[in-house]
Design a protein around this ligand. Structure first.
Ligand code: THU
Length: 129
């Protein structure tokens, strides 16, 4: 799947965001090792702390369906380029050490990073062996 298509999926997922508190809609779409695509949006909660980011929604959907390897993940939000929070970077690290992270404003305007650039010297499953 092309990067543009992945961004399109993230933009579609963004529309599903449940954000009554921040009003800040985020969407994510990832492509797994076998080519399957999983999408996610941020889902907030009246108690605030149970809220979850779009990236983690997509990743947990993928993992819970048996897909543990992320090849690339695209993230879109309402404002300018929006980068994954630290917690999401750590969750991407767990399932996508070599993942490409696409930060997009639109299908044509995006930046691309290796996870390692966003989370250098990260802690991962290998460190526990
Ligand atoms: N958020 C995400 O979903 N992903 C990000 O990369 C940054 C922040 C969400 C969390 C919360 O619902 C809202 O954006 C404002 O922080």
């Amino acid at each position: 799947m092309e990067k543009k298509e992945l961004i399109k999926k993230a933009l579609e997922a963004q529309q599903k965001a449940y954000v009554p508190y921040s009003k800040f809609k985020v969407g994510a779409a990832l492509i797994a090792e076998d080519g399957k695509v999983f999408t996610g949006c941020n889902i907030e909660n009246a108690a605030y702390s149970p809220s979850v980011c779009a990236e983690r929604t997509a990743i947990f959907k993928a993992v819970s369906e048996g897909n543990r390897k992320i090849k690339a993940i695209a993230v879109v939000a309402d404002s300018d380029y929006t980068y994954p929070c630290g917690v999401c970077r750590q969750v991407i690290r767990e399932f996508g050490r070599d993942a490409i992270v696409i930060i997009a404003k639109s299908e044509d305007e995006y930046k691309e990073y290796k996870l390692d650039e966003l989370l250098p010297h990260g802690f991962g499953p290998e460190n526990l062996k």
